[in-house]
Write a protein that binds this ligand. Sequence first.
Ligand code: BG6
Length: 237
Amino acid sequence: MDWNAYDAALFDLDGVLTPTAEVHMRAWDEMFNAYLTSKGIDEPYTDEDYFAHVDGRPRYDGVRAFLESRGIELPDGDPSDSPEEETVSGLGNRKNDAFNAVLERDGVEAYAGSLALLDALAERGTKMAVVSSSKNAPAVLEAAGIADRFPVVVSGAVAAELGLPGKPAPDTFLHAAQELGVSKERSVVLEDATSGVRAGRDGDFGLVIGVDRGAGADGLTEAGADLVVQDLQELVP
Ligand SMILES: O=P(O)(O)OC[C@H]1O[C@@H](O)[C@H](O)[C@@H](O)[C@@H]1O
């Protein structure tokens, strides 16, 4: 990997910089399985469902995509819906409560390999941004103690505010590159979700790196990753 060919690194957060993809996964699992059981539906929600429909997408898009895959239709409701509401927003907010409870209880530490890459890139003057579908991204960055490393953070909340479509659309990554003042050709996208890799591919970025934390190297390559690594340590120059 020749970092001289690029001026910016656009990092996804959950599963790329911090192990919070696991926390999201468990929270979704808890919420969807409790919901399916309450509806008398036998076929459980599984990790395969997570990777296929939920991973990397904005909160309510993930709820909608999974329910659709089971032929369940619910009204969208409104983001202000209480977690008790049986709406797409209500279910998403139910899951968010579970996510925040774990974050508060356990805290979060960045992956050691990711910190090593952030240090090395900072030293070389590579510009860096976080591009995450999560509205919790600023809180996770703070909890992991790495918020001050990123002058640009395009979170789920920023995307909603600007009306940018979420991953797999490339818009949030394109916005981050623009904010950093770097062309897409000179920017590298780092992603662990197939939806995010697709966003990098469709945005025509200089390089798209898949980080395999469970989505599988084949799936990431098929989605458009130019290179797949197990850990960001492998990319330290
Ligand atoms: O519900 P949040 O915190 O806004 O996060 C939305 C999504 O953010 C992504 O980063 C995660 O991969 C998904 O699991 C999560 O559902």
